[in-house]
Design a protein around this ligand. Structure first.
Ligand code: FE
Length: 192
């Protein structure tokens, strides 16, 4: 049996995703096998944009918003809606845990980075655009540093993220173009 679930944004599609993810995590697969499976589940979750509660889709005029949809009671994973106002973007940042992103609404552009020998973030390849239904992965083993932006200057975009920890409580890093590293904890827009 699964432990009691702490679901703040219950809906059948999200419940199904969480149940399937619980099943996967119980198998204790190594990350190279886990991530493609999580990606398949995420692909199903974002295949249709008809389930996200509107209260978790509200943009902020100044800042991109991260709403907690579900926190695993044992902090093995968390599910977040990432809501972009027009033209909003993240700094260059890492996650320190695996993450799978699924595009629900609108589009986002993602630029991957790696630190050079001086600690300066250098772009890896071209920026990639995620459109509805598409998915992407991050992790310290496959590439964990990126900068993400709303691809639209005139509309809200929303992606759904699942991470292998309680991401709002996870200590991680922002990287400046000059090579400065700053620690941060993102928190959630819907938590005190
Ligand atoms: Fe990210």
């Amino acid at each position: 049996m699964h432990p009691t679930m702490n679901t703040s944004a219950s809906c059948p599609k999200l419940e199904h995703f969480i149940q399937r993810l619980n099943g996967l995590l119980e198998q204790q697969l190594p990350e190279p096998q886990l991530l493609p499976n999580v990606r398949d589940l995420m692909g199903e979750l974002v295949a249709q944009d008809n389930w996200l509660d509107p209260s978790f889709a509200v943009p902020h005029p100044q800042y991109y918003q991260q709403y907690l949809l579900h926190a695993d009671p044992n902090d093995r994973f968390s599910v977040v809606s990432f809501v972009w106002g027009p033209g909003q973007s993240t700094p260059i940042h890492d996650h320190t845990v695996w993450g799978v992103i699924g595009m629900l609404r609108g589009a986002e552009d993602c630029q991957s980075y790696a630190l050079d020998t001086h600690g300066i973030p250098q772009p890896i390849g071209p920026a990639e655009r995620l459109t509805p239904g598409q998915t992407a992965c991050v992790s310290p083993t496959i590439g964990d540093i990126h900068q993400v932006m709303n691809a639209h200057a005139d509309q809200v975009s929303i992606s759904i993220h699942v991470y292998g920890a309680n991401i709002g409580k996870t200590h991680r890093h922002v990287f400046t173009p000059a090579g400065e590293v700053k620690s941060f904890v993102s928190g959630y827009a819907n938590a005190g």
